[in-house]
Design a protein around this ligand. Sequence first.
Ligand SMILES: Nc1nc2c(ncn2[C@@H]2O[C@H](COP(=O)(O)OP(=O)(O)OP(=O)(O)O)[C@@H](O)[C@H]2O)c(=O)[nH]1
Length: 572
Amino acid sequence: MSLKTRILGLAALLIIAAGTASWLAYRALSDDIVERWGQQVAEIQVRYDSARLLQSLEREIGLAQQMARSSALLQWAGAPDNPTLKARAIRQMESFRGNFRDNSYFVALRENGHYYYNNADNEYAGNQFRYVLDPDKPDDAWFFQLLQEGRDFHLNVNPDTELGVTKLWIDVLMRDDNQQVVGMVGTGLNLDDFLQDIVDIGQDGITTLFVDYNGAIQLYRDRNYIDFASIIKPEGQKNTVDLLFDDPQDKQQILGMLQILKRRNGEQGAVESGFVTVNDRKHLAGVAFLPAIGWFEITLLDLDTLIPRSYLWPLVAVFLASLLITLALFHQIIQSRILRPVLSLEEAVHRLRNGRFDLPYLPKPDNEIGRLVDHFEKMSHALRNTTRELEQQVARRTEELQRLARIDALTGLKNRRGLDEVMSEQIQRAEREQTGFGLLWLDIDHFKTINDTLGHQAGDDILCRVALWLKAAVRPYDHPGRWGGDEFVVLLSPCDPATLEQIACRIRTSVEKESQRTGSAITISVGGYFCPPGEDLDTLLRIADQALYEAKRSGRNRVCIHTTTGKEIHPA
Ligand SMILES: Nc1nc2c(ncn2[C@@H]2O[C@H](COP(=O)(O)OP(=O)(O)OP(=O)(O)O)[C@@H](O)[C@H]2O)c(=O)[nH]1
């Protein structure tokens, strides 16, 4: 796996890990914020819903209480059979009917159990007496129960089977001057209208319900849950609020909140809240007690509706986008600051390893890698300089060795190899320019005797001296050399037969004279050949050797020149 893949993989893992940790922290924080926010919203919503209910009811309750205190009604309640009082009371009732919101009323008298009623359509005009309440009839039990309890005011959601209506009834007791209960008055609000106005107001995610002092559901958008005629039902048979919750802990929590609020007994602004599950969805429940009517108001906030999960998608999108941007930036930085310099360095090292000093462009970021590249560049420059110096030294030494390989170590003249090269060049030149050159072959006479009598070292000294005299006797552009042993060769170019002869004689004379001057007289024999263009080396050497042989055979210390026209011997 490449370094780039590893670094980017590691970076992605770190970012995802950091992102996950941030996400979890965010979730915890957002849950906390939502909880706090939800509690505040729940409390506000509870107060708002309570206010809406009370606002609607307070006027009706006030009117009902005013009606209960009406002297016309109270007098009639004391003498229900008195037609004058009855007529006056009914007129009074009818005047109240016009003021009630539902334009309906009821009056029930304790003494004879007569129940009077009229509605918005004035359906029972002149016939307000509807029926006689029967203590043994379950449908009428509410009346007798309220009389028994002696509660001055009561709200009751109840279908009236006689009248065929289901209403939220406002029941207010009538008391005479002695505070004796003489009857009951009130009005009924159409339940469907009331639910629509107060409870089921179409706020998405917000559910409002009202329960009575014992937790029995009184107002709820689903009528099936409403506990009609709660007052006459024994405990245990009521539709209480806990029916809405599946989790026993939620049931306990809600009932616990009702208990707490009961203990606080309508304390101003007292609201309890907590999380519950309704229909498998998390809700925040807010509960408040309404002492004016003795009910609790419960608001359920569906958090998934109010704060849908889809709200989080932009956050996820932002996270993913920032992840991609971060990776791209990271890749760019890694690429320019690490990978590209490292790859260039690797390429440079590869070239250097193959002996190439033409390094590619090496980026130098301002970091450790940049410093490493800088050191590498300096190192490669030093290596290049050292290598060049070594190469130059080797070239110089090779050249010297090559030169030495063509030089005779004893005399300093060209050796046989050197002479071979010069002769080959001259053969080519002669061929090319169609001119001849001269070749002399020299041999010291009786050198063996010199060696034998004076010693080998003395022989060497004589060889060196002969070399010096030879050099002095030829022209600067001629090529004298030692062929081997006591034999010397001189190549003369440019040359002609006369010059060849002249120089050959001069050499022989010079050696003879100079050696005599130094006290160890020696002589040499010289064979010469003027080489015409087109002849090969072997032929030249053979003819020059023959000329030398002729010179020796003729008595030594003489020159024998071969030309194309014949041979000529010059004695001393
Ligand atoms: N001192 C010395 N002697 C050498 C060297 N090379 C060859 N010789 C000797 O030179 C002698 C050459 O003798 P030759 O050329 O064969 O015979 P010569 O005695 O010169 O007689 P001619 O040539 O017939 O006059 C031999 O004795 C070799 O040992 C050398 O480098 N130094």
